[in-house]
Design a protein around this ligand. Structure first.
Ligand code: AQP
Length: 344
């Protein structure tokens, strides 16, 4: 099997502009995107608008959400000069390579995806879009169009990354080449799965109907503090060790959030607050979250006041992304037997 080492280290990841960014997106993805950029690795970050329309999006809202997400990336520390930041639909190669991958991947692979099962649970799956079913194939195209070697994601995307590896391996095998890397997921940190503030067994999500279930990156200091103070917990004090949080999902979630925001381990946080109740822990968490997140919200507001500048940044990113993608797409078309036609 090919070693990803043969390929130049390159990070790719994306977030759907399907709503406002949440604390889950921030801790599971965005904060780590910034860390990777600051390590000096080549980083390409994408607002995956083609993924967003796998479920209905109002066009005007989608445009606003895409600009807001771009502002969120920049406010959180993505430097559009050091990283490439763009929206997916502006580099046509994503959709083109996804089609090839639709012909490589098998229906059964898609049907086994837990995200597909979760998103269609209790609904008539026959009425969902074909795009939602094929979502992981487009995600594989996003990554492999840049020969990305590493993809930082939250825990929920692990299975899609495994499928990306399967698609790369099957393409390489079917065509007898060693063309696509077997990309490594990077799932690290204290908060790879941030849970809802109202239900510790459910992932914090942009699309959760309850705004109290999540912290939005645009929430102001008061809202952040209020949401954390009202977060569901239990009456027990914090234990001495993490083991004591095993059957306390809400408490474990708040400890993980604290750890990720403070750049500490959950063990260290439990050590610090052992024996203290939520009456003491929640205000400390609220202060920390406000200190870390409120400046991002303020900067986002400033950036969003100039949408033309955001569009310019995204356009510049799309041009740079396209320059990397096009030769890889051309070669993939050549490998699959497409004629390069000459136009007069
Ligand atoms: N709760 C979470 N904890 C940790 N990481 C998370 N991510 C999302 N939610 C959490 C990570 O954020 C990145 C982008 O995710 P996405 O927007 O492309 O899709 P998603 O995972 O489906 O996010 P949402 O918020 O749940 O969106 P909706 O509600 O539209 O489906 C990924 O790296 C993801 O792991």
């Amino acid at each position: 099997m090919n070693a990803a080492a043969k390929f130049k280290p390159r990070i790719f990841s994306g977030i759907q502009p399907s709503g406002g960014l949440t604390l889950g997106n921030y801790l599971g993805a965005l904060k780590r995107f910034v860390e990777k950029q600051d390590e000096g690795i080549e980083t390409i970050y994408c607002l995956v608008d083609l993924h967003a329309i796998t479920v209905w999006q109002d066009p005007a809202k989608l445009r606003d959400q895409t600009r807001e997400a771009a502002a969120g990336f920049i406010a959180a520390g993505i430097d559009p000069k050091r990283s490439i930041l763009f929206n997916q639909s502006q580099v046509a190669g994503h959709a083109q390579l996804a089609w090839i991958f639709n012909c490589v991947a098998r229906m059964g692979w898609m049907g086994r995806m837990t995200q597909w099962k979760d998103k269609t649970a209790g609904k008539n799956a026959e009425a969902e879009s074909l795009g939602l079913f094929a979502y992981p194939s487009l995600m594989a195209a996003d990554i492999l169009l840049y020969h990305a070697t590493h993809v930082p994601v939250g825990e929920d995307q692990k299975q899609h990354l495994e499928l990306c590896r399967d698609i790369a391996a099957k393409f390489n095998h079917d065509y007898g080449v060693d063309f696509f890397p077997i990309t490594e997921p990077v799932i690290e940190g204290a908060a790879t799965r941030v849970m809802s503030l109202r239900d510790g067994t459910k992932k914090m999500s942009k699309s959760d109907p309850s705004d109290a279930s999540r912290i939005n990156l645009t929430d102001d200091a008061d809202t952040i503090a209020q949401k954390l103070k009202k977060a569901k917990t239990d009456p027990e004090p914090l234990p001495e060790t993490l083991e004591g949080l095993k059957d306390r999902p809400e408490a474990r979630n708040l400890v993980n959030i604290y750890a990720a925001l403070a750049d500490k381990t959950p063990e260290a946080v439990v050590g610090e607050f052992a024996g203290k109740g939520f009456g003491a822990f929640k205000p400390a968490l609220a202060d920390l979250a406000v200190a870390r997140l409120a400046p991002i919200a303020t900067e986002m507001k400033r950036l969003m006041a100039d949408p033309a500048e955001i569009d310019r940044i995204l356009g510049d990113g799309a041009e740079r992304a396209d320059a990397i993608a096009q030769p890889i797409l051309d070669r993939a078309l050549e490998i699959t037997g497409m004629i390069r036609s000459r136009r007069s």
